[in-house]
Design a protein around this ligand. Sequence first.
Ligand SMILES: Nc1ncnc2c1ncn2[C@@H]1O[C@H](COP(=O)(O)OP(=O)(O)OP(=O)(O)O)[C@@H](O)[C@H]1O
Ligand SMILES: [Mg+2]
Length: 468
Amino acid sequence: MLPSSWRELGTLMATTMFVYTMFLRLVPPPLRNRIQRFYRKITHYFHPYIRIKFHEFTGESYFMRSEAYTAIQTYLGEHSSKQASRLKAEEAKRSNNSNTPLVLSMDDNEEIVDEFEGIKVKWISHKIIKKNTGSFSLYSSADEKRYYKLSFHRSYRDIIVESYLNHVLEEAKTIEMKNRELKLYSNSKKKWSHIVFEHPARFETLAMDPRKKEEIVKDLVKFKNGKEYYKKIGKAWKRGYLLYGPPGTGKSTMVAAMANFMNYDLYDLELTAVKDNSELRKLLINTASKSIIVIEDIDCSLDLTGQRKKRENGKNDGREEGKGGVRRDEGEEDEKGSKVTLSGLLNVIDGIWSACGGERIMIFTTNFVEKLDPALIRRGRMDKHIEFSYCSHEAFKVLTRNYLDLEYHDLFPTIEKLLEMTNMTPADVAENLMPKSLDVGVETCLCNLVQALEKSKEEDSNKVEIHE
Ligand SMILES: Nc1ncnc2c1ncn2[C@@H]1O[C@H](COP(=O)(O)OP(=O)(O)OP(=O)(O)O)[C@@H](O)[C@H]1O
Ligand SMILES: [Mg+2]
């Protein structure tokens, strides 16, 4: 007689299992093994799938969120939004990489099929709500248990366990990196502290020669994908960039654009706030990989001339005033300021820091490249030297696109000629292009720029006359 309801079927199965277990206990061991093997064969034949559960909370008291569960959630979030019909929407942590402020993920008790090397696997997100036991719980999730169930055909067991699960974890890491919030670290009192890094600079909005820009982007991409290459040639996976040029030509803007492009955290190292070489070493060791360490105005932070006495007598130029001052020689002491030396900095760049994990970029910026000690900027330390100069016509076109949404205007040829005859920084050009009020039109902004350029040309020619 067939069972007439699910409840009856459940009771029947439970009774069968009970009788089967009792029966096994009664038969002698050799026969028991044979029966068990036979039973397994039958069940495998009707249900040849393996299921793996990944619970949200693990540990003895189930208060620790499982890293594997979080990784699977991230992985499935990326893959499920196109497949699942019921989705959950949450606010994105970071909107830099995507235009949407929401992240979609698979809803509870939903299932999707994933494919790996031609093998189909099924993921189901389960949620069980336990009846309230009356006990107090700090975590609402204690009453709501979630887990993912992965099922696949048993013939693919090895490939799923050995390769697919690894693939899921690796993919999740990449997705997390892409979506994470970037941080801007700065050093004070021997430690790094950070805030969220939200600079809008991008390579597209950076005003510079497009060929030069492309070269830099290619260099960065090569570095990012260079893990195996650096390993092969036996070099630490790090790269140094020296950005030099007059004030207002876009060096700091480029650093921000690089951080956004690479999706790396930024460490703004203020050398004058570092007490000595050992503190510097500690700070650099405490930087994470996938980061950019920048020392702005390195010429002001390091005394590269070794003329410390001159500085003490107040003969240094205005830029160095108030800075801690860093000595060239270890023998000299500066009681109040930093005692970081050039050799200390070089040692840290080349030595311990290089050895403690990879994927780090170091950037120095300066207005006076000729003041820098050749040892500091030689290739191998500062691998790529990038010159920033006054606004060219190409750079001007990027700025008009950014500030005025303009591709061409009749005043462009005049401006082009004036730019060739003057030394105006992109910062000054940008300032003139920015409409001063809402009702100011494109033409007025361009005329303002023409006037500013003519004035600058006049001033330059007056200077030449005085010098003569
Ligand atoms: N090449 C550029 N492209 C786009 N904007 C620029 C560029 N150069 C300068 N600017 C604008 O001018 C401002 C100042 O530029 P930035 O701080 O990058 O100059 P800098 O070269 O770092 O100057 P300093 O040597 O004084 O530190 C920026 O906020 C940016 O808006
Ligand atoms: Mg700067």
